[in-house]
Design a protein around this ligand. Sequence first.
Ligand SMILES: [Zn+2]
Length: 403
Amino acid sequence: MALVRLADLMDQPAAGGFLRGVVAGGRFANAYLLHGPAGVGKGTAALAFARALLCERGAGARPAVRGDLFAAAQPAPAGPPLDDACGECNACRKTGDLQHPDLKFLFPVSGEERELDNVIIETVAAVRENPLFVFAYEKAASIRLSVTRELLRELSFQPFEAPRRVVVVRDADRMREDQYSALLKSIEEPGATVWVLTTSRPTRLPATIRSRCQRVRFAPLTEERVARFLAERAEVPAETARLVAALSGGSLSRALEMAAGDVQPARLRDEAMALLGPAASGDPVGLWKACQAYMKYGRTGREQLRRMIELHQLWLRDLLRAYAGAPRERLTHRDREAEIRRQAATITPTEVRRRLMVLEEALRSIDGNVTADLTLFSTLGRVAGARLGEGEWPSYSTARWDY
Ligand SMILES: [Zn+2]
């Protein structure tokens, strides 16, 4: 596979620049915590950072710090800059393949206990093959106790080949209390180990761990960047790429997952918009029937229902863009531009904002386990502006949508 280096990190100039500075400086903290939204490249960066630290031509190849004041003044060896992995040395070949004895890579897994060894081996192989590999976790996924135990045993020995060991722990918030206390000792002790933890939920990490890490913040990616990446590197058709990027919330892993899903986002969008038909024509019976057909979304497909609502929100945002005179390229649903312009001419921006709020409320109901068909029924009715049945509701419960 192509070795992913710090220089390859997308759209993370602050974090990338900081990590490269650390590599070039040759003085390392005991632990770094890479935090920020899921799917913006923290895991990739953690491995790239580890590679740079272990590279034989980098500043990291010097023995672990001993007030190394003069080292920095020495002329840099000829060849590639020292702030990243060279990609060519013996160590880089091994770290590129995730087979360097001094690079430890831990990540959460879930499933049957006796299968987990295989799951770990297969996952490492998948990451090796595909730098875009998307880690998807079940709720119960966690970093195995046996893995951290084994690691701690190993840490009591000297590193094998490099002057120091690098331990990358992906989604480090998925551990048990006793694992943290065991790791804490090692993180505190200055030694030959550099810890690189990642998390999208930093508050779930014990404060004792957080406070001992140098924190590195990652930002969400821009919509354009995600769309471009999907189209150029993941071979996603441009139309899909744009829709998916708009839905991704700046998370590349979420976008990749959606683009690879069974239901194409454009089709889902058309389905979502078609549902509005009976609501718009003021036909409650038709609307109820349409919603019942979506009961399959009740338990298993909450995610799909959520996506339909988000697509709908994007549609309404396009209406707002149309009012503002946005050109075609700025519309998310530009394949249905004529319809958007037509609707924008008949609905006021205030009404569009009211509908956006209704959808926002629907998203919250979905998270709060309200039945799917009921949610849909009331949402669609209100979004279509038909206000079906609203006459019978006490005004205090509807008033918040009137503005
Ligand atoms: Zn190298």
